[in-house]
Design a protein. Sequence first.
Lengths: 307, 370
Amino acid sequence: MEPGSAFFMVLMAMIGGAIRVSTPFLFVALGEMITERAGRINLGLEGTLVLGAMSGYATSYQTGSPWLGVLVAGLAGCCMGMLHATICRLPKVNDIAVGIALMLFGTGIAFFFGKPYIQPSAPRLPSIPLGGWSDNPQVVEALKINPLFIIGIALAFFLAWALKNTRAGLILRVTGDSEVAARALGHSVALVRLAATGFGGFLAGIGGAFLSLYYPGSWNEGLSSGQGLMAVALVIFARWHPIRCMLAALLFGAAGALGPALQSIGITQGYYFFNAAPYILTLFLMIGSAGSKKALRDAPGELSLTR
Amino acid sequence: MTFDLLSRRSLLKGTAAGIGAASFGFPGMLRAATNVTIGIVYVGPKDDFGWNQAHAVSIGALKATPGVKIIEEENVPETAAVAKSMESMINLEGANLILATSFGYFNPFMVDVAKKYPKVTLRHAAPLWEKGKHPDNAGSYFGYLDQAHYVNGVAAGLSTKSNKIGFVAAKPISSVLRNINSVLWGARSVNPNATLQVIFTGDWALPVREAEAANALIGAGCDILTCHVDSPKVVIETAERRGIKSLGHNASQASLAPKGFITGAEYKWETIYKIFADAIAKGQPVPNVVFGGYDKDMVRNTAFGAGAEEPARKAAMAAMADLKANKPILKGPVKDNKGNVVLPNASYDNFDRVLDGMNFLAEGVVGSIT
């Protein structure tokens, strides 16, 4: 494969796209995975993502420290998650309906407080240039990696290990699979879910900070075009497993880069179709994976979708 | 979108009087010099560094007019939602002049509302209204931004080293295609080897895909980027970060690219809104169609940035002078990028209606509209 060829360009763009575009999906999907493993669905993560993007950007602008922005975005997301958990704890409350309400609430307050931050430019997160070994500018550009991406990948592996091998992981899984069993073991279902939903919100907030502080790297009201919702779908397609969540996010990011990349090498016919590629891909993967018996076996038993 | 309930209630009381006053006028005319309520609908936020900001800033010309009340609604999608917004402005707020500022608002939404409320004046910011075909109380106003994009192209033609200019476009509609082609024609007028590569994102505001498109164009060798999307912030910032030059669109983005900004195509909506305001103040009908370019001071170019070198500045200034004098910029016959002759004449007036319906990418543009 010779550098400069059309195929090489598309490949590099897709690898670069996977790294650049997938990070918000990765964080939201991992967060939602933890929440759903505790037996609850938080559809409000789209709102959490937007709120995280806004609060992260605002903090970075006010303090000059983008990493502080990431932290504040996470905390704002955590608050949103715990709000979801607290409301859902009330009797006869449907977690999906609360999620939709919180999605609108999150975007609403983010737009409201975000108005003054649309115009100014805030300091952005740095990137680590890992492509120094190559003198091909495309390789160098594709391998400019944000630390959050690396953290996200490491987190996926850590969560996979922790869910299987730690006490906290066991408690989480028990709560998600059977409330009765969790209570019999002496664990508070509400508390576990509060922690799991709060953690999910924390990660979704960080995903939002990545959008506003790194790529595309500015705050405006059209920033998230449904990334939060797509990430929730990715969790189901990844069948609640952290490593599969990571792969799904990477695949989705790469597919998203396909449309612009093909147009840039001159394959310009049918760009609407290529731009829709990530969604078409998700649809087929969902049909292929979620319909199987195995998917049902992997689903947490207390999830309102499966119960 | 939130309305203050109290003011809405008190407005309801005043509405009957407002509509009554307007109904004495002929359709499409505003007779009352006072009590004019203008409803403005934006497709995005008012401070987007782009299209909506350009409108919102210029609305100031109308706000200052005595007897005029302004109602604004942001983030209204190009769906049935805009018809509801306009109807609520008419019925609840008593609006008698509606300014619909996004392309997709016109057909069928604004046309239907115009038919339903013949006593309300509606104006749409794109050259779509045709006498006889569309209701008389509707109309169009538009600045020929392609002229400012042509000036952009002239500056770009003398600034590019790779002879490749990148263009991130939203949708392949006539006004976008005309801006794309104008950048190329401007560039080729000073640099016959210049080419332009376009990537369509598919919608007006998709920040992540715009960033991807900008990166893909830079990867393909473009050393100047410009765009036609609602908020050019992402494209301009991406170009600046990657160390290449950029050309603005819609409003001034000079502050976003202190190193690489050359110049930008900007609307001067305040000229048009002032015409409206003057007509209203005098109690005259608002004209159905208001059009213009450099000749009528309805478009402009952003002041040169650090990316504009002396030859580019000089050539761009000369192009501006030509446009102000209404010298035709388009030399025919023009071929599209598939080799078909699409404009057979040797020369076209800058405001020739044939050019309004532009539906091709000119020879020299890499890209496809389907």
